[in-house]
Design a binder for this molecule. Structure first.
Ligand SMILES: Cc1cc2nc3c(=O)[nH]c(=O)nc-3n(C[C@H](O)[C@H](O)[C@H](O)COP(=O)(O)OP(=O)(O)OC[C@H]3O[C@@H](n4cnc5c(N)ncnc54)[C@H](O)[C@@H]3O)c2cc1C
Length: 478
């Protein structure tokens, strides 16, 4: 359905083809389907046309035309959002702008330790460009082959190395974005100090495509660690995991790079899904952590051994496997990183991506589990996440004999409400790293203060007074 106020579909297509070229406009249902359905197949929308601009100038002209004619625009990167943020609604009025053709590495400066990329470079591409220059770009998430730097910025992505390096917000020094009216904001400078007023680039980080289309960024590079040590460790419970993290920090200084919690149920699920991958540990312990230390010190492996021995003496560590080779380390990480896909393929997973202060994490998991099982006694407790930074993916899975749709229909609302409410009560966040999209949009009314919501709406109104950019996402209706 098209609003009578909008230009006709034919006029829109002609205008956009004149800007980006006919080959870069997709309208055939088969060509468009992959863009208007999200990664998990949970959100399906429709777009009047999918546009694939080649550079910032084309993005700017597309935006200016849409602004002038009141046409909604949905920005999209790798379409790996778990929150339905990158697909349009089902009205069919939107122009979907996918950034995949803005895929050039623009500059690597090993003196300034910066990497300048267009927004459509995949995270994997950015990491490889850094590696080829002998540097590290430390953002590490399971979707790195598909997700794009623009999407990582728009969602303020987190992942497994936040504990050491921070999330995407901490890794950006400069940014270029096209505003809803087509003007180009640029701060593509690699400055670590710039106190000249509001840090405007940060407005776009975590804005989920509602304030502008990010077209390029200057990213921080880090030294490549000379040594890495990885272990898969069985612990009695989450409280023991928290204590072990404290011990690892105390013994290794700044070396703890990742500290991932994995429940026994999550391990069983992922091993069944992978089929040919051996568990690092005998049996299936109730709880495990994947620890990675990294740094410039060749004695790191010994430091890890010391940490684990001290953990055993303190009764925190029940069993441990230290990676003896790169392939061991990759196997340990593969097990961790495939949990998300194992859930997606199994279907019927209630994804609660929460964070709480580390000091409250063990009690939070215990109480959230108790409340979940009171609602769904046979739910499988797939619990894992970046515990080192307080982030838990608390993702109860349907009982083996209950279809996913039935489980979600009867229990999604009750369980996610209970878990989010507990996280909020612990002064935590109901979305630690996945963002809001449409999935959690209306929940913001419960968890953000009136002042916060007013400020967010004021910023949106200032930059996008017509509400044309990614409508229906992130901001709950007033
Ligand atoms: C297997 C798997 C594992 C994951 N693990 C993690 C994890 O550990 N940590 C984590 O944080 N996330 C994780 N995610 C979620 C997801 O990959 C991230 O949110 C990622 O940053 C999204 O990037 P994208 O390019 O796919 O963005 P998209 O999904 O295309 O878009 C996400 C949002 O950003 C907006 N957007 C995209 N590009 C732009 C742009 N150039 N300018 C303006 N707005 C834009 C979209 O409109 C949308 O609102 C995972 C997803 C999967 C499938």
């Amino acid at each position: 359905m098209t609003s009578p106020l909008l230009p006709s579909p034919a006029d829109t297509l002609t205008a956009l083809q004149a800007i980006v070229g006919a080959d870069a406009c997709r309208t055939e249902p088969d060509d468009v389907a992959g863009f208007v359905t999200d990664y998990r197949g949970l959100y399906r929308g429709s777009a009047h046309v999918v546009v694939l601009p080649a550079d910032t100038d084309q993005v700017s002209r597309v935006m200016a035309w849409c602004h002038e004619h009141g046409v909604p625009v949905v920005p999209q990167g790798g379409n790996t959002s778990l929150m339905g943020g990158a697909v349009p609604d089902d009205t069919g009025t939107a122009v979907l702008v996918n950034l995949r053709r803005l895929n050039r590495v623009l500059a690597v400066d090993t003196t300034n330790d910066t990497l300048t990329v267009q927004a459509g470079v995949t995270l994997h591409g950015a990491r490889m460009a850094a590696e080829q220059a002998g540097r590290l770009f430390p953002l590490r998430i399971g979707s790195e082959g598909s997700c794009q730097i623009g999407g990582n910025l728009a969602t303020n992505a987190g992942g497994t190395a936040v504990l050491r390096y921070g999330n995407m917000r901490d890794l950006v020094l400069g940014l270029e974005a096209v505003l809803p009216d087509g003007r180009v904001f640029s701060s593509l400078r690699g400055l670590r100090k710039d106190n000249t007023g509001y840090d405007l680039k940060q407005l776009f980080v975590g804005s989920e495509g509602t304030l502008g289309i990010i077209t390029a960024a200057v990213l921080k590079l880090m030294p490549q660690p000379r040594a890495t040590a990885v272990a898969f460790v069985a612990v009695a419970d989450p409280a023991a995991a928290v204590a072990l993290l404290g011990l690892a920090k105390a013994r290794s200084g700044q070396a703890v790079t990742a500290f991932e919690l994995i429940s026994g149920t999550a391990l069983r699920l992922v091993l069944d899904y992978l089929g040919d991958v051996a568990s690092p540990l005998a049996g299936t312990p109730g709880w495990m952590v994947l620890i990675e230390l990294s740094g410039g010190d060749d004695s790191l492996q010994q430091t890890l051994v010391d940490v684990l021995e001290a953990g055993m003496e303190d009764g925190l560590v029940q069993d441990a496997a230290i990676a003896a080779s790169l392939s061991d380390a990759e196997r340990f990480w593969r097990i961790r990183e495939e949990i998300s896909d194992a859930q997606t393929r199994t279907g019927g997973s209630i994804k609660c991506d929460v964070s709480v202060p580390l000091s409250r994490i063990a009690d939070f998991i215990a109480e959230a589990t108790r409340q979940t099982l009171a609602i769904e006694p046979h739910a499988r407790m797939v619990i894992y996440g970046h515990m080192g930074d307080g982030n838990v993916h608390f993702n109860p899975l349907r009982p083996a004999d209950v279809p996913g749709k039935e489980f979600l229909a009867r229990s999604y609302a009750a369980i996610s409400h209970a878990v989010d409410g507990l996280a909020h009560a612990e002064h935590g966040s109901v979305s630690a790293e996945h963002g809001i999209g449409v999935a959690k949009r209306d929940d913001l009314l419960l968890y953000k203060s009136a002042v916060e919501l007013d400020m967010m709406r004021a910023i949106k109104a200032a930059l996008d007074p017509q509400g044309l950019l990614n409508p229906g996402k992130l901001l709950p209706p007033a």
